[in-house]
Design a protein around this ligand. Structure first.
Ligand code: PMP
Length: 390
């Protein structure tokens, strides 16, 4: 699909999940300053060199403050003992897993899943146990089924991702509470991938369902959760490679810090400084959201709704706009094609790139689902819809 996406006839690449618009204003303005000439200012010249391994103290403090404002009922993160900045959320995930796993440890992963989990688990010596989630909605299995998985596999670590890539599922209070209870009961750690945490489309709605909930806030979970966050999504700067992790277990954090130091030493210093400035700009705003976020969320949700409607009307694809995240998943069974055939046909005939969902499963994948990126500008989405309707 990546090769097909480069073709001259492609009108809209809805394959890979990265924004086609500029990143957060405050972040970009700050980055220009921090990458600009030092003009004799020694402190500014220093910004072009290594930062502390854990990240600049001012960024760690800004993150602690941002989380404290956003999750007012949660514990405040200690920026010295409980958080490190990594060179991307991807590195943070690897560091978290490699710090936790002993050879042969079982790691529970819900599929469909971000395709990096399995190689990370295996590189860290672990054994991935996949639990399949089902379309539509991709909710967690109920208590009986999930408890049986814990009993059979006794996982050392559970990888949890909400809002979810690729499904856009936002975990409910019941799901988060159930998984937390089982982690405590079976003495498992949780690596909680929350890189899409600000992309929940209707937070605080009366149903109470659609808001981001952190598993680390559940009883007994602060010390056994490693939460991963990223500037990639929060500020639409996937190329900056600034992410972080935090945990209420200082020994674990120390192991992560050592590993991160040996892998990349530190994230790019000027960009860490720019992320700090962008956080400081966001903190006083409603819900501590970066300035562009409310409009972006509305645009992504509108993208998902119009894509789902168009794909349904044109090709009989079934599926609804998700509660959050960067993607829309649709069932293309009625086309009579497999996901690979459908995506190839869509790229060649309509010039629109989608991804076969088989990519997100390690075994027994369904072959009737496709993923489309909704993290795109309204202009690109209009182009995609025009192409699909042509
Ligand atoms: N987790 C998930 C679920 C993702 O989709 C991504 C990026 N696509 C990441 C982690 C990693 O994000 P980054 O490395 O850009 O911080």
């Amino acid at each position: 699909m990546t090769e097909l996406a480069k073709g001259p006839h492609i009108k809209a690449d809805l394959g890979q999940g990265f924004p086609d618009f500029e990143g957060d204003d405050a972040a970009l303005v700050a980055a220009r300053t921090h990458l600009g000439p030092a003009e004799g200012d020694a402190a500014r010249a220093r910004l072009q060199q290594y930062s502390a391994v854990s990240g600049p103290p001012s960024l760690r403090e800004a993150l602690a403050e941002w989380y404290a404002k956003r999750y007012a009922d949660g514990r405040r993160i200690d920026g010295d003992k409980e958080l490190i900045v990594c060179t991307s959320g991807t590195e943070a995930l690897y560091v978290a897993l490699a710090s936790l796993l002993e050879p042969g440890d079982n790691v529970l992963v819900f599929e469909p899943a971000f395709p990096w989990y399995r190689p990370h688990v295996e590189a860290a010596g672990g054994k991935m146990v996949a639990v399949q989630l089902r379309f539509p909605g991709f909710p967690l299995p109920g208590e009986g089924e999930l408890r049986a998985v814990f009993e059979e596999h006794r996982p050392r670590v559970v990888v949890f991702n909400t809002p979810h890539n690729p499904s856009g599922h936002v975990a409910s209070r019941g799901e988060v509470a159930l998984l937390a209870r089982l982690c405590v009961e079976f003495d498992a750690f949780c690596v909680s991938d929350e890189v899409y945490e600000v992309f929940v489309f209707a937070p605080g709605q009366s149903s109470g369902k659609v808001e981001h909930l952190r598993i680390c806030d559940e009883p007994g979970m602060w010390e056994r959760t490693l939460t991963v966050g990223s500037a990639s999504k929060m500020f639409s700067v996937t190329g900056w490679r600034v992410g972080w992790l935090y945990t209420g277990c200082p020994e674990l954090l120390a192991a992560c810090r050592a590993l991160h130091g040996y892998i990349t030493y530190c994230a790019p210093t000027p960009l860490q400084e720019a992320v700090k400035d962008a956080l400081l700009d966001a903190i006083p705003r409603p819900e501590a959201l970066p300035a562009q976020l409310p409009a972006l969320r509305a645009a992504f949700h509108a993208n998902a709704s119009s894509l789902a409607a168009c794909m349904g009307a044109r090709f009989g694809a079934a599926g609804e706009a998700p509660d959050g995240g960067y993607f829309l998943v649709l069932d293309i069974s009625s086309s009579g094609k497999t996901d690979f055939q459908f995506c190839e046909w869509l790229a060649k005939e309509k010039g629109v790139v989608a991804i076969p969902m088989q990519m997100f499963y390690s075994h027994d994948p369904p072959s009737n689902l496709i993923r489309l990126a909704i993290c795109k500008s309204p202009a690109l989405m209009a182009k995609a819809i025009a192409a699909l309707e042509s």
